[in-house]
Design a binder for this molecule. Structure first.
Ligand SMILES: C[S@@+](CC[C@H](N)C(=O)[O-])C[C@H]1O[C@@H](n2cnc3c(N)ncnc32)[C@H](O)[C@@H]1O
Length: 228
């Protein structure tokens, strides 16, 4: 059984966050992005807490720059890590930064998740990605991700949820803006509904816990942790 009560790793202090962001130099943009993301968004601390005590390697779907790999290593969760994303530029920068940081357990590949997932057994993360996939690709992706979760592993998702509250409106607005300025290679399509997500994962044998994970941000972000 996974140790669901394993201690949550302590958050990184400012010096540790800066050291981690420096792996993304000489790109000043990526360095500042990593610094501000690590200091303003509770995402990676939340994910580290969810993965503490898990067993097996981690597949990070839509990994972007691979910041999660750096954070997990810095808090002492040394999981074998494989990150995939369909943005070839981000994968190249993620590979360089992981090399700069000496993350020998981290590997990256350019893959379009709407066309299928790589073979894997362990834990899976899907962080701030679902809404960018075409609606018809979301459910197959979730099913295939669930099937890759081994006993002792976790499926950890962060996502906005469908809704009309002000947080949901801000989340969509910023996702649209990210596309407009070229940071994202796709705009938001559809945010999942909580009941549908829960029942899909239950059909795959996973029990699920939802908790808000917006910290001091204005977003409608939820952490979903599922295990067998
Ligand atoms: C908001 S970013 C999140 C990055 C990372 N998960 C994190 O939280 O740091 C969303 C990522 O999903 C990726 N993405 C969007 N559609 C994708 C697809 N069809 N296949 C693979 N990756 C995709 C984007 O390239 C981007 O890097």
């Amino acid at each position: 059984m996974p140790d669901l009560d394993a201690a949550t790793p302590a958050p990184l202090d400012a010096a540790a966050r800066d050291a981690l962001a420096r792996a993304f130099l000489p790109s000043r943009w990526d360095y500042h992005y990593a610094r501000s993301k690590l200091s303003s968004d509770p995402l990676y601390d939340g994910v580290a807490g969810a993965l503490a005590g898990s067993r097996g390697p981690l597949l990070d779907l839509g990994c972007g720059l691979g910041l999660l790999a750096h954070h997990l290593s810095a808090v002492g969760l040394d999981l074998a890590y494989s990150g995939v994303d369909n943005d070839a530029g981000k994968i190249a920068r993620a590979t360089t930064a992981a090399g700069n940081a000496g993350l020998r357990q981290a590997h990256f590949d350019c893959i379009d998740l709407s066309r299928g997932l790589p073979a894997h057994s362990g834990s899976v993360t899907i962080l701030d990605v679902l809404q960018f996939l075409p609606p018809e690709a979301q459910q197959p992706l979730l099913r295939e991700a669930a099937r890759r979760v081994a006993p002792g592993g976790r499926l950890v998702i962060r996502t906005g949820l469908a809704g009309t509250c002000w947080r949901a409106r801000v989340t969509r607005g910023v996702d649209v803006l990210s596309r407009a300025i070229g940071w994202m290679n796709a705009g938001p399509r559809r945010y999942p509904e909580r009941a549908q997500l829960e029942s899909l994962l239950a059909r795959e044998g996973l029990s699920t816990r939802f908790q808000p994970l917006w910290g001091r941000t204005p977003f409608n972000n939820w952490l979903v942790v599922a295990s067998r």
